[in-house]
Structure formats: structure tokens, C-alpha cells
Write a protein that binds this ligand. Structure first.
Ligand SMILES: Cc1cc2nc3c(=O)[nH]c(=O)nc-3n(C[C@H](O)[C@H](O)[C@H](O)COP(=O)(O)OP(=O)(O)OC[C@H]3O[C@@H](n4cnc5c(N)ncnc54)[C@H](O)[C@@H]3O)c2cc1C
Length: 161
């Protein structure tokens, strides 16, 4: 969810595929041909069982043994699971935020030294418009840009021979 929030724009829907690694129409068709279980129980092999139980409540056509389900109902089930569209009501704001979008435009900085077009003014890390995926990339950016900047400052301060 945190990763998605870096891409989400307020008010816009997001579309989730709840079983991305499964060919749902084929899996449901196979189950229909061979299983006596209810649809929710078959679905529980593809998605978490509490989700499966709740999901089938949406349509009466999904609340029956899979062998008795119509092809149309199963096609609709597969389609809805693969394209669940929802519009988040908002984010949890800075209380939960881990990285911010936006900041100082990288085009205004030297990629070698992090110095801006204003000589002697440098920007590094989070304040720059660089947003990494979660999992360490933001730390990496903060450290790497800080290192590049420090090297440039040291070279600048070093007395020339
Ligand atoms: C809860 C949380 C979890 C995170 N988890 C990860 C993660 O797992 N992996 C990852 O890569 N990134 C993670 N991040 C993002 C990462 O921490 C930041 O991108 C990174 O620390 C930015 O480094 P920075 O030095 O640019 O800024 P900061 O670490 O924000 O440092 C800025 C410093 O400036 C100080 N300061 C502010 N104003 C002033 C002032 N006026 N005078 C003097 N000092 C001032 C602040 O106190 C602060 O110490 C996480 C962030 C949060 C909030």
C-alpha cells in the first residue's frame, strides 16, 4: 500500500488484480468440471479464505457449488477479481509517510556535486525530487548524494597546491 501511494493521485481510482499469478478463468473452469465444493471454497485456494468468503457475498450467483454455477457467473467472478477498482478516501498523511514526492528539481543540480545553479548552494537527500521505492533506495540516495556533495565541498576547501 505504501508503495502504491507514491503513484496514486488523490481522487483517482486504483485497479487491483487480486490473483495476479493465476489464470482465473481457466482455474474456475477446471474447478467447475471436477469439484463439488462451493465457489467460496474453491476461491479460497486462489485468494485468502476470508476474502473469498466476503467476495462471494456480492452476487447470489456466486453463493453455490461451483459445479452448478453458470459460465457467465464464473466469467464475471474472474473479471471482477482481476479488476477490483476502488478509490481510496485519502492517505494517512505525514503520520505514516516514509518518503515524500517532489522537491528540488534534479535538472537544477549538478549530478556530480549536487551543487545548484546558485554557486555554493547544495541539495541532497529527501529535499531533492528523487523518490525511491521502499526498501532502502531512499537511504541509498540520501547517503550517495551526501557523499558526492561532501567530496565536492572537500575539494573546494582543499588548499590548492
Ligand atoms: C518512518 C520512516 C521509515 C522509513 N523507512 C525507510 C526505509 O526502510 N528505507 C529507505 O530507504 N528509506 C526509508 N525512509 C526514508 C528515509 O528515512 C529518508 O529518505 C532519508 O532519511 C532522508 O535523509 P535526509 O538526510 O535527506 O533527511 P532526514 O533524514 O530527514 O534528515 C534531515 C535532518 O535535518 C534536521 N533539520 C530539519 N530542519 C532543520 C533545521 N532548521 N536546522 C537544523 N537541522 C534541521 C532534521 O532534524 C533531520 O535530522 C523512511 C522514512 C520514515 C519517516
Amino acid at each position: 500500500m505504501l508503495q502504491i501511494s507514491s503513484y496514486w493521485r488523490e481522487g483517482t481510482p486504483i485497479r487491483l488484480n487480486l490473483a495476479p499469478d493465476t489464470d482465473l478463468p481457466a482455474a474456475l473452469a477446471r474447478a467447475k468440471a471436477s469439484s463439488r465444493k462451493r465457489i467460496a471454497n474453491e476461491l479460497a485456494q486462489l485468494v485468502p479464505s476470508r476474502l473469498a468468503d466476503t467476495w462471494v457475498q456480492q452476487e447470489s450467483a456466486w453463493q453455490r457449488p461451483i459445479a452448478e454455477a453458470s459460465d457467465k457467473a464464473l466469467a464475471q467472478l474472474a473479471e471482477r477479481l482481476a479488476r477490483w477498482e476502488l478509490t481510496p478516501t485519502g492517505t494517512e498523511g505525514y503520520r505514516k509517510a516514509e518518503v515524500t514526492l517532489g522537491g528540488v528539481d534534479t535538472r537544477d543540480l549538478s549530478s556530480q556535486t549536487m551543487e545548484s545553479k546558485q554557486p555554493g548552494l547544495y541539495f541532497i537527500g529527501e529535499v531533492v525530487d528523487v523518490t525511491g521505492w521502499l526498501g532502502g533506495y531512499n537511504f541509498q540516495w540520501a547517503w550517495a548524494s551526501g557523499h558526492a556533495c561532501a567530496q565536492a565541498l572537500a575539494a573546494r576547501l582543499r588548499p590548492s597546491a
